[in-house]
Write a protein that binds this ligand. Structure first.
Ligand code: URA
Length: 166
């Protein structure tokens, strides 16, 4: 926390059916204290809109609550430090579905070392709770590699299908 400007806990509907989990705040989020407000955040907002979800109906948060210096990958001890917050957020919101964006958040949440390509396009369940989890690419990655937006679209459709069973 020493190098952060503001903590970024989460934003959105605290009774949301959908929860979106990212990795860690970036520079814009660190300044504003809100998750996914920079360029990647704008793409995330469009991705959600594409499946009919305004940002206001989902709850968005990150695994880490503070921006790592220079946007480096989170350290294991940082993930461990923030894990309690994340678990409480999941418990309090009680989402019906979790969409995880990016390899780092997915591997940490699901406690696996599998690459993202093997985690996406299927339904996982959180080890402790019976909440379905769908993994897709991080919007910051999609900005660099738009060709993979097609696969992200498939993942969003999968999540959408699950929500139709409610
Ligand atoms: N990337 C993330 O993973 N989270 C944010 O809040 C912003 C960018």
């Amino acid at each position: 926390h020493k190098t952060r400007t503001r903590p970024v806990f989460g934003a959105g509907d605290k009774q949301a059916d959908w929860m979106v989990i990212g990795e860690a705040p970036g520079a814009d989020e660190d300044r504003q204290g809100e998750p996914f407000v920079g360029r990647a955040g704008q793409l995330l907002t469009s991705m959600l809109a594409a499946i009919g979800l305004p940002r206001s109906v989902v709850y968005i948060l990150n695994m880490l609550k503070c921006r790592p210096p220079n946007n480096r990958d989170p350290l294991v001890e940082e993930v461990t430090q923030c894990r309690g917050y994340l678990e409480q957020q999941i418990e309090l919101v009680q989402p019906r579905l979790i969409l995880v964006v990016g390899r780092i958040a997915a591997q940490n949440l699901l406690q696996t070392t599998l690459p993202l390509g093997q985690l996406r396009d299927r339904v996982h369940h959180l080890p402790s709770l019976n909440i379905p989890v769908v993994v897709t690419y991080h919007p910051a990655y999609l900005l660099r590699k738009p060709i993979d937006k097609r696969k992200a679209w498939q993942d969003l459709q999968l999540a959408r299908q699950l929500s139709k069973q409610w």
